[in-house]
Write a protein that binds this ligand. Structure first.
Ligand code: SF4
Ligand code: MSK
Length: 644
């Protein structure tokens, strides 16, 4: 296997790496190589820069200092660093949720032209859940109250987050016992930052409880608000066909790629791109049309609602530029590499930033204005079209690879698929688990990392679980990895699923891997677990269910917050890269062991995807045993390691 092929499991990505290497372009993998050896103290989490008496570092071999200048131990330093990262991750997701709430409020007040309320059923449902009067009120009037109530969840000083009421009672009791029930989203994040200031909290378990608070404030707070309000504003996703990988770029069209996370601009771009004027402008510059596509979670947002194709996942953002065929890359927030501008300068690509929260040196900033969303989107697209003339055809190489997929599954939508239109219910799913056709359900989520072969762990873990009759639900860049490999097609059941899972998929026409959205939409997975509990027959606690989560290629601080809300909700969570706490042995032991007593879930760290799959399968079987479920109906499908 060549070095380049060992860097990515995706043939399109491997081709782009080869071209980048030939042209002397440095991509993330090269910068990673340049960075070796990486700092061992940082990897173990035992370097502290919290105050100016430091930096302090603890000797992991026991020969050197075992305390920082202030006396902080390795465990305090590791847990404190982790609490800060969890707070940052929760802040990122939650601020995303806040933006959606503000956009909904502006739409409700008639101040955001270009948007309208597309998810009225969800609006009414959420208003009722929150005790907002829906009688004799227009959707806009209801939406105004819902948006105001959602915004109040961020700044709430006392009481608990509203969505916690959705969680099973046993989870809520555990959070109370641990003193980790989150109040307002912002309050938890500020508290975590305060408590990790020099000389505040110096107790490992208390510091981990801050991770839990931030995580819960994210999963059952900011992220859930983002998901619910996005469905209200942009419409509830429904199954939709699309394509994925760099092959979706078009040689004879203007290619505009959106990258980042927030759907407010990208949704407007979709609408603006369909105007006849855009087609006419493309023709004027000699292009046959405009191809909109996406990278990372902005891509997932417009994929699941509009079928806009996925150009790739996190590690493909630079590769998209190396195709030489991208006229414009529009970025907002999160997971956008600072390296893009320098790379874009070798091609004709115009990179444009659009969020007030982010600037990139040398990159033109066009502030997106939600009050005139369509006009803003149109102006940005016109600039992209004008850039087509600067494309150098000799630099264009678009790999042929692209794969079809079905996206757009939601907690609610799964009811209809499984139970049919006349009796929407999770009953058939619960029954399939109870009678041993489906072993359990696993959420495989998260990013790519240069520390592992791009996409390889996502694919190997997913395929291994499928053959053991595990239904896989996915979000974020993991969903994109599997989309590119054809795993999000109903036909994938034929090729990869065990017999029991295949029977279920065939009966209802579902793929064996369900695309549940962007990384904020992990809240949909939480709610699917709640619905399984509600349906009955599998216990009344998510910690009792045969479910698990995995982020085999995670890299973002958001993944830390997500990991904590999964574990805190009772879900066994396997991470590829370990959390950076291994230098604090008590911290690492607690997170991978003792925390289960407190919260029902725990972490495991395992880079090898087949070993990770084994951990997960053993866990699912243990939960099945605990519930006294029937043995699995069929043997696993024969091993497919050779396909990895
Ligand atoms: Fe060192 Fe303590 Fe300051 Fe951290 S808080 S840098 S361990 S003195
Ligand atoms: S984009 S957070 S690399 S999933 Fe959501 Fe992908 Fe991870 Fe960013």
């Amino acid at each position: 296997m060549s070095v380049l092929h060992s860097r990515s499991a995706d043939p399109a990505a491997s081709q782009m790496l080869e071209i980048a290497g030939r042209d002397g372009r440095s991509l993330a993998y090269d910068r990673y190589d340049d960075m070796q050896p990486q700092c061992g103290y940082g990897q173990l989490g035992i370097c502290c820069r919290v105050c100016a008496m430091g930096p302090c570092r603890i000797d992991p071999f026991g020969d050197g200092p075992q305390r920082g200048v202030c006396g902080a131990t390795a465990d305090v330093i590791a847990a404190r660093n982790l609490a800060r990262s969890a707070a940052v991750g929760a802040a990122a997701h939650s601020d995303h949720g806040r933006e959606i709430a503000l956009a909904l409020l502006a739409t409700a007040k008639g101040e955001a032209r270009g948007y309208r309320i597309r998810g009225e059923a969800k609006l009414t449902k959420l208003a009722r859940e929150w005790g907002i009067d829906v009688d004799n009120r227009s959707p806009e009037q209801i939406a105004e109250k819902v948006a105001e109530t959602a915004l109040a969840e961020f700044g709430k000083q006392e009481g608990r987050l509203r969505f916690l009421q959705r969680a099973p009672e046993k989870s809520r009791r555990r959070w109370e016992r641990m003193g980790a029930t989150p109040r307002g989203v912002d309050r938890e994040i500020v508290s975590a930052l305060h408590s990790t200031h020099m000389g505040v909290s110096n107790d490992m378990k208390h510091l981990i409880s801050l991770c839990v608070r931030s995580g819960l404030a994210d999963g059952w707070g900011g992220s859930m608000i983002a998901t619910e309000l996005s469905d209200i504003l942009f419409g509830e996703p429904a199954p939709i066909a699309a394509e994925a990988n760099l092959g979706v770029l078009k040689a004879d069209q203007v290619n505009v790629v959106v990258h980042g996370h927030e759907p407010t601009l990208s949704d407007a771009l979709v609408a603006a791109s369909q105007a006849p004027e855009i087609q006419q402008e493309c023709e004027k510059v000699g292009a046959k049309g405009l191809q909109l596509s996406g990278i990372c979670c902005t891509a997932n947002e417009i994929l699941m609602r509009h079928g806009i194709p996925l150009a790739g996942n996190f590690l493909q953002q630079e590769m998209a530029l190396v195709t030489g065929a991208v006229e414009m890359m529009i970025v907002d927030v999160q997971c956008v590499m600072p390296a893009l501008k320098e790379l874009a300068d070798h091609y004709h690509t115009k990179v444009v930033s659009t969020s007030a929260k982010a600037r990139f040196k040398g990159v033109e900033h066009v502030q997106f204005d939600e009050r005139r969303a369509l006009e803003s989107a149109r102006d940005i697209l016109l600039a992209g079209i004008r850039n087509f003339a600067r494309r150098d055809p000799s630099k264009v190489y678009i790999p042929a690879e692209k794969e079809s997929l079905i996206a757009g599954f939601t907690t609610e939508g799964v009811f209809d698929h499984l139970g049919g239109r006349y009796r929407p219910s999770y009953r058939p799913l619960n029954n399939a688990i109870i009678d041993g056709r489906i072993r359990g359900i696993v959420g495989i989520v998260g990013c790519n990392t240069v520390k592992e072969t791009h996409d390889a762990a996502h694919l190997a873990l997913t395929r291994e679980l499928l053959r053991h009759d595990v239904l896989v639900v996915q979000t974020g860049c993991s969903a994109i990895a599997c989309a590119k490999a054809g795993l999000l097609r109903p036909e994938a059941a034929e090729t990869y699923a065990g017999r029991g899972l295949k029977e279920v998929c065939d009966a209802v026409g579902l793929p064996p891997c369900l695309h549940f959205g962007a990384c904020v939409d992990n809240s949909r997975i939480l709610m699917a677990c709640v619905e399984i509990c509600r349906e009955g027959g599998l216990g009344d606690d998510i910690a009792e269910l045969p479910v698990a989560a995995a982020a085999p290629e995670w890299m973002s601080e958001k993944a830390i917050a997500i990991g904590f809300y999964a574990v805190a909700t009772g879900i066994f969570t396997v991470l590829g890269e370990p959390l950076p706490v291994l230098g604090g042995t008590e911290t690492a032991d607690y997170l991978t062991g003792g925390i289960e007593q407190d919260l029902g879930g725990k972490f495991a760290f395992e880079k090898d995807p087949l070993k990770a799959a084994r951990l997960i399968i053993d866990h699912l079987d243990q939960k099945r045993k605990g519930l006294k479920l029937a043995p699995m109906m069929y043997e696993p499908r024969p091993g497919m390691e050779s396909r990895l």
